[in-house]
Design a protein. Structure first.
Length: 159
């Protein structure tokens, strides 16, 4: 494997995790482009306002769809990568609340975008807690979420 291939692989794992195999829908792709890495190693743009504006316009036109929630989760991941912990936690909390509400009456397995958004929200919230030195709180949170989503595709991601 060439060195450049390793870099691409690392960037895909960092940016996409389990999501990399999905084909992004336009709003997700647009938000990810707006917050894309600007150098190597990957550090996202610190100004998330472009992604926020794109998502706000999309939500005004289409509502809070699963696609919008996945895009919102990417904002949380970018803020976390940029060490903007308060902003990351706010994005992740909003994603978590909206995704949890959207799940009422449906199975998470039926909507891969919703699954991605919720998984990322859980991950970012835990990482922010750990980043703030609240490791035991992060572990407790993950344990609670693991019990809540046991037997679903999120179980493996949370573990």
């Amino acid at each position: 494997m060439r060195r450049s291939s390793g870099r691409v692989l690392i960037a895909v794992v960092f940016l996409g995790g389990l999501v990399a195999a999905q084909t992004p829908v336009p709003i997700v792709k647009d938000v990810r482009t707006a917050i894309a890495c600007t150098d190597w190693p990957c550090t996202p743009k610190q100004d998330l306002s472009g992604g926020e504006a794109l998502l706000e316009a999309y939500r005004a036109a289409h509502g809070t769809t699963s696609d919008a929630l996945e895009a919102l989760s990417w904002l949380g991941r970018a803020a976390l990568a940029g060490r903007q912990l308060d902003k990351a936690f706010a994005y992740a909390s909003e994603t978590y609340e909206l995704a949890s509400a959207a799940l009422k009456g449906t199975r998470i397995e039926d909507d891969v975008r919703l699954e991605t958004a919720l998984g990322a929200a859980i991950e970012v919230q835990a990482q922010v807690r750990a980043g703030r030195g609240q490791r035991s709180d992060a572990v407790y949170f993950l344990g609670r979420e693991l019990e809540k989503y046991r037997g679903t595709p999120l179980q493996r991601r949370i573990q």
